[in-house]
Design a protein around this ligand. Structure first.
Ligand code: COI
Length: 352
């Protein structure tokens, strides 16, 4: 049986933020969706005015990190409705994260109904300009007040929404990456592939150290510090000559929806693509031979962001300060598709 959803409209609509200065994750819409789970059964779906959650200080999420989230985008459709990018993949990934973190799965149908219910009320918060979107942040947290270490028995699922512009700010430049050779973010067999809050806190200290030295982000390697994994907020792609290579999904980093979309586009365009381990030494050797043509990151928030520098120990690999040919083609294709305002042939955009 599907989840009942009640609606309580806000009586105090907030002013919309300036369309040319949205930034990322700074503004939130008038409403949010919530549902509760007790011993595996979801109930009390509700759209209510946006506001703080009441959590018992003993809630398991606050102590043992049973939290997960998703990040997805909605775009304005020509008919005034919302077009959500690949919501089925996000629903599936949410449930894959839930399984790894011993949290309850949410039926995909309820996930979609929840999105629809929230967008029905907050659709006019979807910004229209190219490069903007309504970022949707579904999340699940363990709410049971209990200090024993075991999976909690009670959870809240919620969705909040934030009109966003470019993740890197109004004047994004190509990213300078620090290649980390001591710390690890995640390891094979761990929780790296789950969209768990814990994976992001694991990256903060090194990211802060990199930022203090003028780098934008950290390029994470595997636990032996040999092979490239991801950038923390993005998956990573390299072009060696004409061939585009990205690390395979080995369980230690996130299976990105934008990663999958870019791979599908490249294959459709007959660009040679390989999903295989990429040793950092291979990247440096390709650079020395003049074959490292471009490096870029992909992510829902970051879309497709070019990398202009990789600092690996004493080596500094420098590339052009803008998207290379492949990244640019994929970026334009995704931008055109998501801002078309109409369903696409692949069914990536779902009207809600
Ligand atoms: C996303 O791209 O949606 C992310 O989740 C990255 C980050 C903002 C946490």
């Amino acid at each position: 049986m599907s989840l009942d959803i009640s609606i309580t409209r806000s009586t105090k609509p907030r002013p919309k933020p300036p369309a040319n200065d949205l930034g990322f994750g700074r503004f939130f819409t008038d409403h949010m969706f919530l549902a509760d789970c007790d011993a595996g059964t979801w109930s009390n779906g509700r759209v209510i005015p946006y506001g703080p959650l009441a959590l018992d200080p003993a809630a398991a999420a606050l102590h043992y990190g049973q939290t997960l989230f998703e990040g997805m985008k909605a775009y304005r459709a020509k008919n005034g409705r919302a077009m959500v990018f690949r919501p089925q993949l996000h629903a599936a990934r949410l449930n894959a994260s839930a399984e790894r973190l011993c949290m309850p799965s949410l039926p995909e149908e309820d996930f979609h109904r929840a999105l629809r219910a929230l967008l029905e009320l907050d659709r006019d918060w979807i910004p229209g300009a190219t490069g903007t979107a309504l970022y949707l942040r579904p999340a699940m947290v363990a709410t049971e007040p209990f200090l024993g270490v075991r999976p909690a028995r009670r959870y809240t699922f919620f969705i909040i929404a934030s009109p966003v512009g470019n993740y890197w700010g109004p004047k994004p430049s190509a990213l300078r990456l620090w290649v980390e050779t001591k710390a690890v973010r995640a390891a094979q067999g761990g929780i790296g592939a789950a969209k768990a809050g814990a994976n992001y806190v694991a990256s903060l200290l090194t990211a802060e150290q990199a930022k203090a030295h003028g780098y934008s982000q950290v390029l994470w390697l595997d636990s032996t510090h040999t092979h490239v994994e991801e950038v923390g907020t993005m998956n990573v792609f390299f072009r060696f000559g004409e061939t585009v290579v990205t690390p395979p999904l080995d369980g230690s980093f996130l299976p990105g929806v934008t990663r999958d979309s870019v791979l599908q586009l490249l294959r459709r365009w007959k660009v040679p693509v390989e999903e295989r381990p990429v040793a950092m030494s291979e990247v440096a050797e390709a650079y020395d031979r003049g074959e490292l043509k471009e490096v870029f990151g992909t992510g829902t928030a970051a879309v497709i962001s070019p990398v202009s520098e990789l600092t690996w120990g004493s080596r500094s690999l420098r590339l052009e300060d803008r998207r290379g040919a492949v990244a640019e083609r994929a970026f334009q294709a995704l931008t055109e598709l998501t801002h078309r305002g109409e369903p696409d042939a692949e069914g990536w955009l779902v009207e809600m």
